[in-house]
Design a protein around this ligand. Structure first.
Ligand code: SER
Length: 315
């Protein structure tokens, strides 16, 4: 029987492109997109779609049974900046949704799970450069705490209930198809929009804030590759470090200036500066490289060219 996939939170920045890719690979009828609302037309009309609240165990179970789903990608979450404003709601969404899916696997309704973690699992005591797979973590944001707790539970469900759950610690993901929502790394997307519209950008982080980032195509490739890897090759059942590039607002502005010489940037750090300052600047992804051959393709200037090219067609 063909594997049936359910994507929860398919309408989000990553969900939309992941669903598109999974439908290309596995066939559109084998990939059920779901979200709390039907906000993305393309998603709704390109294959099966269900309105689904990630916090409702019974609703997810009904959907899983209806389509004979065996694999769930849980992409619904509240990101770092929004979570600081709504700590309790963030905690409920980010943790209940994960328990729902882990329990569906424990109870025998599904077999495989993908759940993204984040560089937000690291904290101010983590070494700033080249943060290792196993290192001091101690996250200080609600989002980071929820992701770290999630990682612990993923590993626990794998070890104790044999649940095949796999995870990646995504860095900031840069993309042009669907807008991001509520992340601290979102400036690295806003900046391209503003560069094309106004040739000017006011950045909410200071010029020297270096953070790990990745182009969407690389993030999707990593996700698909991890899920296609034979189970026995995976040594990490909490979440894998993956990395591509690291840059500061000043460096991304310089990359944009190569294409748009009149572009200018100024800096007005807000509450998100503190979040960014708590995260490492760069990540060591050697375990992902060894276990399943992870490798990124897009560097900063590649991303800039692709973003400006695609966004200028949209505008
Ligand atoms: N991009 C995310 C955020 O800023 C990090 O996982 O919240």
């Amino acid at each position: 029987m063909t594997s049936k996939i359910l994507v929860i939170g398919a309408g989000g920045q990553i969900g939309v492109e992941l669903t598109e890719k999974l439908r290309d690979i596995y066939g559109k009828d084998n990939v059920i997109a779901s979200d709390i609302k039907a906000s993305n037309e393309k998603l709704v009309f390109s294959g099966p779609f269900e309105i689904l609240d990630a916090m409702g165990y019974e609703a997810i179970k009904t959907c899983v049974k209806k389509y004979h789903v065996d694999t769930v990608y849980l992409m619904a979450a509240m990101l770092s900046a929004t979570s600081e404003k709504h700590p309790e709601l963030a905690w409920q969404l980010n943790t209940n949704s994960l328990f729902n899916v882990l329990n569906l696997a424990k109870d025998g309704y599904i077999k495989h799970i993908f759940w993204p973690s984040s560089i937000a699992v690291f904290g101010p005591n983590t070494p700033k450069n080249n943060a290792e797979q196993h290192t001091i973590m101690e996250p200080t944001t609600v989002y980071g705490i929820s992701k770290q707790m999630g990682e612990r539970w993923c590993e626990y469900y794998h070890n104790n209930y044999d649940v095949d759950v796999r995870s990646l610690r995504y860095p900031g993901i840069i993309s042009w198809k669907n807008p991001p929502g509520g992340g601290t790394t979102d400036y690295a997307i806003d900046i391209y929009h503003e560069a094309l519209k106004n040739e000017q950008y006011t950045c909410f982080l200071n010029e020297h804030t270096e953070l790990p980032m990745m182009f969407m195509d690389d993030a999707i490739d990593a996700t698909v590759k991890l899920m296609q890897t034979k189970s026995e090759k995976l040594s990490i059942r909490s979440s894998y470090n993956i990395s591509a590039i690291s840059f500061t607002p000043k460096q991304i502005s310089e990359s944009i200036k190569k294409v748009l010489p009149n572009f200018s940037i100024n800096y007005k750090p807000d509450f998100r500066q503190k979040i960014a300052d708590s995260w490492p600047k760069s990540i060591n992804d050697s375990v992902a490289k060894t276990d399943w051959g992870w490798k990124h393709e897009f560097n900063l200037d590649d991303i800039t060219n692709e973003m400006l090219d695609q966004l200028s067609k949209q505008i």
